[in-house]
Design a protein around this ligand. Structure first.
Ligand SMILES: [Zn+2]
Length: 388
C-alpha cells in the first residue's frame, strides 16, 4: 500500500482522496505563544438537561480545560481551537452510506445508547450531538498534525475508537483515529504510525480499518471480558495485552512499560497516537478495572517518557471514561506531565494593569506559570483526587 490509498481504489478515487486531504481545513496553524493543546468550548454535550439521565459526564471535556485554566496552566488564547470536520473530510474515512444513515436519529440513539434521541428531529441530534463530535474529530486531526511540529499534542477530547469506516458503536460515531492517521499517510507526512490504546475497551473501530496495513502498529491493552469482544478486529492488533480487575497496579504499569519500550525499539514510528481513556479507573461501571487515579497518572507519565526517550512525537486523546471524577483525574495527569517537564503548557501572561499603583496590587497577582515552569509538587498534589 502506498500513501493512504486502499487496494481497491481506482485512479479517480485516489485523486479524490488526495485532494480531500490537501484541501482539508483540519490542519491548524499554531502561534509561537500557543501550546499544542487542542480544545473547543463546544466539545461539551447538553440536551436541555436530558443528558443527566445518562450515566455519562457530558461536560468532561470542558471541566478538564477549566481546571487547567484555574491552575494557571492554559488560557483560551494559548490553546488551539479545532475546525469542525466537514462531510468531505469524513468521506476520507467513512462510506457515504454510513454518513447518510446518521440522518436517522434512531441510528444515533443506538450508537449513543440514549433512547430518547429516537424522538428528536435530525436538526437537534446534529446540532447538540453530531456537531460536537465533529469538532472533537477535528481536534484529533489537529493534535496529530501538531505533534509532528511540537513533538507532543493533546486533544482534550476525541478517541472514538469503536467507530470504523462503516459503523459506529459504544458512544463513538466518527472514526477520528482512522481519519487522522489516513490523512497523514496520504500526505506522506508520516510513514509509520503506532497506536497505543489503554482505554479499558478494545479499540475495534480503527482496528477494523487497519486490518492488513503494515504501516500501522497497534498496541492494545484492554479488558477482554467487556464490550466489544470483536475477534475480527483483533486481527489488526500487533501486540495484545489483556487486563483484568485483579491485576495489581505495579504489574499493570510494568507490563505497559515493557511492552511499549519493546515496540518502540522494534517499530520505528513517526507518530504515536495515544488513546488514553480513563474508564479503567476504579468504580467505572463500563471498564470494570480498578486502577487508582495515581496509577492513571503514572501510566500517562510512562507513555510520554518513553515517547521522549525514543524521540517519537505523541498525540494524546482523552477517549472513554465518563464518571464524575474522570475530568479531575485527566486534568491532574496533564498537570503532572507538565510538572515533570514532559510537556510544556502555557497560559497567557497576566494583563498589564492600566493604573499607576502597581505596587499596591502586585501581591494579589497570581504568579505566571511562565515564571515558575516547575511549580512545587508532591504527594499532596498528586493525591488530591476525590475518592468515589
Ligand atoms: Zn472505553
Amino acid at each position: 500500500m502506498e500513501g493512504g490509498f486502499l487496494p481497491y481504489m481506482d485512479d479517480l478515487e485516489k485523486q479524490e482522496l488526495m485532494w480531500s486531504c490537501v484541501e482539508s481545513n483540519l490542519f491548524p496553524s499554531i502561534a509561537i505563544d500557543q501550546c499544542p493543546v487542542v480544545f473547543h468550548p463546544e466539545y461539551d454535550i447538553s440536551f436541555f438537561g436530558l443528558e443527566k439521565y445518562h450515566p455519562f459526564d457530558a461536560g468532561k471535556w470542558g471541566t478538564v480545560f477549566r481546571l487547567l485554566e484555574e491552575w494557571g496552566l492554559v488560557s483560551p488564547t494559548t490553546v488551539v481551537h479545532p475546525e469542525e470536520a466537514t462531510r468531505r473530510d469524513l468521506l476520507i474515512v467513512h462510506t457515504s452510506r454510513y454518513l447518510n444513515s446518521l440522518y436517522s436519529p434512531c441510528v444515533c440513539a443506538r450508537i449513543f445508547e440514549m433512547n430518547f434521541l429516537c424522538l428528536m428531529p435530525y436538526f437537534v441530534t446534529n446540532k447538540y450531538l453530531l456537531r460536537k463530535m465533529r469538532l472533537q474529530v477535528g481536534g484529533t486531526v489537529a493534535a496529530c498534525r501538531l505533534a509532528l511540529e511540537r513533538n507532543w499534542a493533546i486533544n482534550i477530547g476525541g478517541g472514538f475508537h469503536h467507530a470504523s469506516s462503516n459503523a459506529g458503536g459504544g458512544f463513538c460515531v466518527y472514526a477520528d483515529i482512522t481519519l487522522a492517521v489516513r490523512m497523514l499517510l496520504t500526505l506522506n507526512l508520516v510513514k509509520r504510525v503506532l497506536i497505543v490504546d489503554v482505554d479499558a475497551h478494545q479499540g475495534n473501530g480503527y482496528e477494523r480499518d487497519f486490518i492488513g496495513d503494515a504501516r500501522v502498529f497497534i498496541l492494545d491493552m484492554f479488558n477482554p471480558k467487556i464490550y466489544p469482544k470483536d475477534s475480527k478486529a483483533e486481527e489488526a492488533i500487533s501486540r495484545m495485552v489483556h487486563i483484568d480487575a485483579d491485576m495489581p497496579t505495579d504489574r499493570y504499569l510494568e507490563s505497559l512499560f515493557d511492552n511499549l519500550d519493546t515496540v518502540l525499539g522494534e517499530f520505528e514510528a513517526d507518530l504515536i497516537v495515544y488513546n488514553a481513556g480513563t474508564d479503567s479507573l476504579e468504580g467505572d461501571p463500563l471498564g470494570r478495572l480498578e486502577l487508582t487515579p495515581e496509577c492513571i497518572m503514572k501510566r500517562d507519565e510512562i507513555v510520554f517518557q518513553l515517547a521522549k526517550d525514543h524521540a517519537t512525537p505523541i498525540a494524546m486523546l482523552t477517549s472513554g471514561g465518563y464518571q464524575k471524577n474522570n475530568a479531575q483525574v485527566i486534568a491532574e495527569s496533564i498537570k503532572n506531565l507538565h510538572t515533570r517537564g514532559l510537556i510544556q503548557l502555557r497560559a497567557a501572561p497576566p494583563k498589564p494593569a492600566h493604573h499607576h499603583h502597581h505596587h499596591h496590587h502586585q501581591q494579589n497577582q497570581a504568579p505566571s506559570p511562565n515564571q515558575s515552569p516547575n511549580p512545587p509538587t508532591g504527594p499532596a498534589t498528586l493525591l488530591a483526587v476525590p475518592k468515589r
